[in-house]
Design a protein around this ligand. Sequence first.
Ligand code: WAQ
Ligand code: MG
Length: 636
Amino acid sequence: MSEVREFCVKMRASRCGEHVSGAERIVDERLVPRAVAALAERALSHEKGSPDFINIKVEEPGEMVRLKALAVATNEVSTAVEGRARAAQLLAEAGVGRANEIMALFRESYSMRGAMLVDADTLERLEPDRERGVRATRMDAADTAVCGVFRGKNHFAEAVVLATKVANAPGIVGEVCVSDDPGYVTGYVAAKSMGYQRITVMKESGDPCGGRIFLYRGPREDVEKCIRFLERQSVIVEGAPSAPNAPGEVRLDGIARELDAIEQAGLSRSCRALRSPTGPTARVDVDGAMRDVVVLASNDYLDLARDPRVTGAAAAAAHAWGAGSGGSRLTTGTQPPHEALERRIAAFKGEEAAILYATGYMANVGVVTALAGKGDVVFSDELNHASIIDGCRLSGADVVVYRHGDMDELARRLAAARACRRRVVVSDGVFSMDGDILDLPRFLAVCRANDAFSVVDEAHATGVVGRTGRGLVEHFGCGHPDVTVGTLSKALGSEGGFACGAEIIVKYLRNRSRPFVFSTAPGAPAVASGEAALAVLEAEPWRVAALRENVAFFLGELAGHDVAARSESAIVSVIVGDERRAVKAAEALLREGFLVSAIRYPTVARGAARLRVAVMSAHTKEQLAAAAAAIARCGM
Ligand code: WAQ
Ligand code: MG
């Protein structure tokens, strides 16, 4: 990647020619738009009033000097009179003789945008423009250079940066500052010799008068040098404290810093709104314009989310049973649609019973935490979905993570844990980021041999794997895991998760599974649409065949373009590696009319970022061929 440049971003705002506010940042180029937006927002929301003129300037900083922040000390005073006396005293201690007269100069500073530059001994005004004053610009804190950009003013942190620059200017022997923000009464006196001396009260609350006085000592012919340093030299201040002034700001500092780190690493995420139902194509917002694009990122593999039979069932159920269920399943939240769907899922999966959850995530968390607790061991494939990982963590059990798909390692580690109370092995059926499938027969054999519970999540397998979409058991023609988890939200185009297995296990889950016990039951519309989708799937197994054919076709097209990919499901991953490149590729694809997800850490390992294509039964061959060609163009 080419080197990232830094820019000074300066804002000043005025009303009827009167200064309202000014601020600035030095940020790297990627943050310039945010800095501009944040400073504009700040200009527009200043307590001194709304400006009629905002000037925002972005320029290269030139050569930068790095300075160590002045040390900070706090002087507690209780009145403005006391505070100003303390300021005068500190100046006197720093060798400034006429400190009281200097403090009196503040009367004249009120309307200035910049600071007075005053001869420390003769009190002569030295700045060329007395109305404007001298403005210290081109400075920022090293580590807060980006954080804090997108929120309000942090008086203290910004003042330390400014004071550090001023104290280091040639000829400057001291500075006094009172904020012109009516509500901000803390001010300071600063010099290299005394550091940054905060004075807790420098004016009455509500007083909009403030200002700055820079004290100069030296030959007149060097004044210009001092001003040039203040106005032109770019300065980065290291070790500037972050704000202890407003509790809310301190609290947000860490958050801001973390968000910036996320952004800089190319890991920032946000929501993109679909402006139409999900389907093989959809309307999305691309750079502010609505566009119809080919969607290769939806889990609605069988195109059931917008099927009239499915949506009609939701509408009818809403009328018959209400929008929400109104209670947990164990209190008042069980209605006929819930019972009907549980029966239907169990039959579809060839199990004795099933239990519904509000989401697939909750189903995994609910099953793992119910089966395993303190003193137990959960064995989890390293590529398992986050909801399984979270279930493991929440369970309080010891967790053994085994290498992806490595049944030998699993067997070894199970054997080594024979002494513990309960062993639970949990695996994705279809691995959601690679699209490969679990070797279920071997998995079950290893679990049985070691007397361990087997849990398989078929979120991406239901409706996809097996001739009629019944999942891995159908695909392999083997036995069942103890618990099969699944979801209605992917191939079934609806919403909600489930688990199924023997009646005794489902009964146990109804009693022990906290996400089930303590969540409001999913509403009848979601439940009924899930059942309708299941009915469509049972009646139209050709959808599963069409999906499989599309995946094979798409893989063939990719291979034709020398793009490496494989898949045993509807998920086709094209590994890119670098996070930023993956995001760039996805952006380029979107501009070409293809919505494809860039998957990054923490969803996959760092440096294993990828384009993840989700194929649907309803994609046309033309769409898939064009998508493969576009990926070959943009993805590498
Ligand atoms: N250069 C020179 N003078 C400036 C600058 C600048 N970049 N920015 C502001 N001034 C002058 C101008 O006359 C303002 O009216 C006056 O300073 C006050 O500016 O430890 O908020 O931005 O918590 O209102 C001190 C923090 C906060 C004390 C000071 O100043 C603490 C503050 P404000
Ligand atoms: Mg101000």
